[in-house]
Ligand binder design. Structure first.
Ligand SMILES: [Zn+2]
Length: 202
């Protein structure tokens, strides 16, 4: 049976039993390009509905993030995360690897989606999740959407599909943890991201 999953001529039987790594380079690139296009269009659709960080958040995050990033990001509370069809193709041993519908935060470049009900405004949980998504916003800002997605998928394969170990997630979790456990020791997220990006494979 031929089903497209938004992946052109790739068939269901070709995709579902196989790992991302088992896709040809051309298929991986097609997947990355589908994912980038989705992020871009979803970002454009959600951004007009999203709002800037509030003053208390700006003040809390300013010691860590470039002012222009903080002023540029927009945040939208959502009931559920959008889940694009191409995610179904990112599988390992028959299991879907990335589940946006289970995420409580999602960075679409400079536009951040947070599941509102689970993370009340002003709560420490919200600050932690926001910090994590802001790290992604800095990563996107430095790399651009297409290179970010390309490196993300390559890293996912390299770390054996353990999503928290994807290079961008590992950094976002690590810096989020540092922010929470050492609340009075600010550091430059931009410098950390620049160093990580310099170590990415070409
Ligand atoms: Zn993340």
């Amino acid at each position: 049976m031929v089903a497209t999953l938004g992946l052109g001529a790739v068939t269901c039987s070709r995709l579902f039993p196989s790992d991302l790594a088992a896709l040809t380079l051309e298929e991986q690139q097609e997947l990355a390009s589908q994912a980038s296009a989705w992020i871009r269009s979803e970002r454009d659709a959600q951004r007009p509905l999203a709002i800037p960080l509030v003053a208390s958040e700006l003040a809390r995050f300013e010691p860590y993030f470039p002012r222009e990033i903080l002023e540029d990001v927009r945040v939208l509370g959502v009931d559920s995360m959008p889940s694009p069809r191409f995610l179904g193709a990112i599988r390992h041993r028959g299991r879907q690897i990335l589940r946006f519908d289970q995420a409580i935060g999602l960075a679409l470049g400079d536009t951040l989606l947070l599941r509102g009900a689970e993370i009340p405004a002003g709560s420490p949980a919200r600050r932690g999740v926001l910090f994590h998504e802001l790290v992604h916003a800095v990563q996107y800002n430095l790399l651009g959407i297409e290179p970010f997605v390309d490196h993300y998928l390559r890293s996912l394969v390299e770390v054996g599909y353990r999503y928290p170990q994807v290079v961008f997630e590992h950094q976002a979790f690590e810096l989020q943890h540092r922010f929470i456990t050492h609340p009075n020791e600010p550091f430059s997220v931009a410098a950390e991201v620049e160093e990580m990006v310099a170590g990415l494979p070409p």
